[in-house]
Design a protein around this ligand. Structure first.
Ligand code: ATP
Length: 289
């Protein structure tokens, strides 16, 4: 296995006044780009700097895992990328534009799947199609047809074929998280934001879901930003791993995981993989002191 060495390798900054496509013809429109983006919550002496000025660039179809000590700002980066919050300084660009300027289709999954208990799994998974354009426009006409087939095909892909008409409380945690992944992907998002999606699951279920997520990713190729504390999860799934420093965090290491995909779960026991995760662990241990 070959990992590129530490970079604080900031992605190429693009001057705010020029379109990204003119300054970087090789990668005309990165999926996400943080340009010296910082986040401060509150004002005055009570204020908390959640993220130091951070530069990070993800190309379309990339799968990046963000790891680092607790409280370093990983979820804050996800919130910036989903436009839930604005940077206090710097810029966040999605698809080459400032986030507010363009609707980018985003799918999200977090640690605790929040399914609506009064809706079946099929209807829960279908929800984004009701809300997100261009699906929303034709939802009323289509929901019993193509959209329903779409939901069923995705549920089958994650092994939930027979559970479409069950209610969330009839499913286990791992099954719910699978349904949650389906809901995050049903509207073919350009960008998939995952915040510790498997954190609450046992190791076996987690590994099973890594493989399901890997299949879904390779099948659909969204750009994926995964926040995780699990270094094996990062190494198994991601193409790049960024390590953040302690709060207020910034990216201190940006490495590629040069392992062919699809990866077999056995890879996590190979010496080179163990060495990689050990290296990441040591780096995080140093910065959290
Ligand atoms: N709304 C908020 N108001 C004030 N401080 C906040 C707010 N949200 C986050 N913070 C602070 O910002 C810092 C970064 O938080 P963030 O959730 O991004 O960290 P994290 O790296 O995802 O942490 P963890 O790994 O523990 O989930 C933390 O110190 C947190 O307390």
């Amino acid at each position: 296995m070959n990992m590129t060495s530490d970079i604080p390798a900031p992605a190429m900054p693009v001057p705010a006044t020029q379109p990204a496509s003119r300054t970087n013809p090789v990668h005309p429109r990165p999926a996400i780009e943080l340009q010296e983006a910082s986040v401060v919550f509150g004002k005055g002496p009570q204020s908390v700097t959640a993220l130091s000025p951070t530069t990070l660039r993800m190309e379309r179809g990339d799968f990046l895992a963000l790891v680092g000590p607790s409280g370093c700002g990983k979820s804050t980066i996800l919130r910036l990328a989903s436009n839930l919050i604005q940077p206090s300084s710097g810029l966040v660009l999605l698809g080459g534009r400032e986030v507010a300027a363009k609707e980018l289709r985003i799918g999200m999954a977090f640690q605790n799947p929040t399914m609506l208990p009064w809706l079946t799994i099929e209807k829960n998974v279908m929800l984004p199609l009701k809300i997100v354009e261009p699906f929303k426009r034709t939802f009323q006409q289509d929901r019993k047809g193509a959209y329903r087939d779409r939901v069923h095909a995705l549920l089958a892909q994650v092994g939930l074929k027979d559970f479409a008409n069950h209610y969330p409380w009839q499913l286990s945690g791992g099954m719910l998280q699978r349904a949650n992944l389906c809901r995050a992907l049903i509207h073919d998002p350009d960008l998939l934001l995952l915040d510790e999606p498997f954190g609450a699951l046992d190791q076996f279920t987690r590994e099973e879901l890594w493989q399901i997520l890997q299949d879904l990713y390779l099948d659909r190729k969204p750009t994926v930003l995964l926040v995780t504390h699990d270094l094996r999860e990062a190494g198994f799934l991601a193409r790049r791993i960024c390590v953040m420093s302690a709060r207020p965090g910034r990216v201190i290491s940006d490495r590629e995981v040069n392992l062919p995909q699809p990866r077999d779960i056995g890879v996590i026991y190979e010496p080179a993989f163990v060495e990689m995760t050990q290296g990441l662990r040591e780096l995080i241990a140093q910065v959290r002191k």
